[in-house]
Design a protein around this ligand. Structure first.
Ligand code: FMN
Ligand code: SF4
Length: 478
């Protein structure tokens, strides 16, 4: 078995005592006995990269935030908003051992001199919320918090909640509309009552002169890595993985395999091994491609032996993302998949940037016509034009995701598109649901099919035709 158990405990850790029995708490004690800068140096030396999708070096982020100063103490935000289609690793971690995640966040708080930790999660993540709230109560009762406030914010179910600046907006009581600025320059609660939208947000300058608290946003899995990094040291951490992608990664496999599952693997493990071990045999004859959520170009079946690392997957034309792999076999209609991804992203787009929302919705309509074998004459030209324009002025990565995934599916599978356009070719294909996961039960994925009811204006009722940014009052959030 290629699976390892460094970050993801093999069995649920259901009390603080349980966590302590397996060494929990020692890293926090060691960190607190050290100078904050020494802790940051250890994280830097480990080469740990953020597990939220972008793989940004964690130590670099910590050093930047620690150096911001500002009139108020810093804030640590745990990004537990997981909603990437095909990904269930953060919620598995929060169910399995919330103490480890919180211990990592308390170490981060020591390193950047924060007096507040906020766990940002989806409103619908009730199981994980219960788990983390119980853990917080136990930690506080045991005095681990040392006066640091630890709270949970669970106010939205939108995909954009996971985008870190949108998460900060939601924590500040506004809708999940991404900001232009990096979060460490304009932290949680950094704007006054007179600000009416994130677009109108006054940015804190790099010196923090507006008095905004510097804010560190880290993914659940990133923080769950921290106790071992700090206690065992950088060399032990680097004993697994590759030079550029050290450590392990928690993967999710769903889609057209007999099973769905979550498991931890050494970085550098071939994707094929992960799929075979977690997913078992493919349902159809062969794997045609693998989607890493909705954030990266599709990886064709010919690239299944690519090692899981940021560098190798990028070189293969794909991306690691949040290591949530949706396996697509030869029974799948790739135009239907492209439509499913496009629909998800265009609906979840907030509309602050017009091309992202409007061109995105137009791409979805074209792909829907293609899927149902009812294309219009200009559709192909229009698709290329819109796909090139969609990222214009985009303030977050969602628009680029739309461009990357939709165009890569069509580039790798042009025959699929042509077969739908041919009157004697392929007939209409069923819609392929690309939606977040709710759970994995008895080795099978439970999809959030309710996400298919969300309308482009986020009303879940009759679509008004306005974008969420036009429709939603940023003060009341409705
Ligand atoms: C549309 C969108 C959705 C995202 N969703 C998540 C998410 O659910 N969880 C997460 O940790 N990061 C998510 N991210 C990435 C975050 O913006 C951010 O990079 C991450 O929280 C940083 O943490 P890390 O450095 O520990 O990876 C998303 C980004 C985008 C553009
Ligand atoms: S790029 Fe799209 S999702 Fe991101 S802020 Fe702009 S409109 Fe919203």
């Amino acid at each position: 078995m290629a699976q390892v158990s460094r970050v993801l405990d093999p069995a649920p850790v259901s009390s603080l005592q349980d966590h302590q029995r397996s060494g929990g708490g020692k890293a926090l004690e060691a960190a607190r006995a050290a100078e904050p800068v020494a802790v940051i140096e250890v994280v830097e030396a480990s080469g740990l990269r953020g597990r939220g999708g972008a793989g940004f070096p964690t130590g670099t982020k910590w050093r930047t935030v620690a150096g911001m100063g500002g009139a108020e103490p810093a804030v640590v935000v745990i990004n537990a908003a997981e909603g990437e289609p095909g990904t269930f690793k953060d919620r598995t971690l929060l169910r399995r051992n919330p103490y480890k995640v919180l211990e990592g966040a308390l170490i981060a708080a020591h390193a950047i001199a924060a007096d507040r930790i906020v766990v940002g999660m989806k409103r619908s993540a009730t199981v994980e919320r219960k788990s983390i709230e119980r853990a917080i109560a136990e930690l506080v009762a045991a005095g681990w918090d040392q006066g640091i406030t630890i709270e949970v914010s669970a106010q939205s179910d939108r995909y954009l909640l996971g985008e870190e600046t949108a998460l900060l907006e939601v924590i500040a009581g506004r809708p999940p509309f991404p900001r232009i600025a990096p979060p460490y320059r304009s932290g949680a609660e950094q704007v006054g009552d007179d600000v009416t939208s994130s677009a109108g947000t006054e940015l804190a300058d790099p010196e923090g002169s507006t008095g905004a608290p510097a804010t560190l946003v880290n993914n659940v899995e990133t923080l769950a890595n921290i106790p071992a990094v700090v206690f065992d040291g950088p060399d032990a951490f680097r004993s697994l993985g590759t030079a550029e992608s050290p450590g392990t990664i928690i993967c999710t496999v769903t889609g057209r395999t007999e099973r769905a599952g979550v498991g931890e693997f050494e970085l550098g493990t071939p994707l094929r091994v992960v799929i075979e071990e977690l997913g078992g045999p493919v349902i159809g004859r062969e794997i045609l491609g693998v989607l890493s959520g909705t954030a990266n170009p599709i990886l064709p079946g010919s690239a299944l032996d690519t090692p899981l690392s940021w560098e190798a997957l990028a070189a293969a034309g794909g991306g690691l993302g949040s290591a949530g792999f949706i396996v697509l076999d030869d029974d799948v209609d790739m135009v239907a998949v492209a439509h499913g991804v496009s629909r998800f992203l265009s609906v979840e787009s907030c509309g602050q940037c017009t091309p992202c929302k409007q061109d995105g919705l137009s791409i979805t309509s074209i792909l829907d016509r293609a899927r149902t074998s009812a294309p219009e004459s200009q559709d192909l030209d229009e698709l290329s034009y819109l796909a090139a324009r969609i990222t214009t002025g985009a303030r977050c990565f969602l628009a680029q995701q739309h461009q990357l995934v939709a165009t890569s599916l069509l580039q790798h599978f042009p025959d699929s598109l042509a077969a739908h356009a041919d009157p004697n070719g392929r007939g209409p294909a069923d819609a392929f649901p690309i939606v977040p996961l709710v759970d994995i039960v008895d080795d099978q994925a439970v999809l959030d099919l309710g996400a298919l009811e969300v309308t482009p204006d986020w009303s879940q009722g009759n679509d008004s035709g306005a974008s969420p940014a036009e429709r939603i009052d940023v003060r009341s959030g409705t």
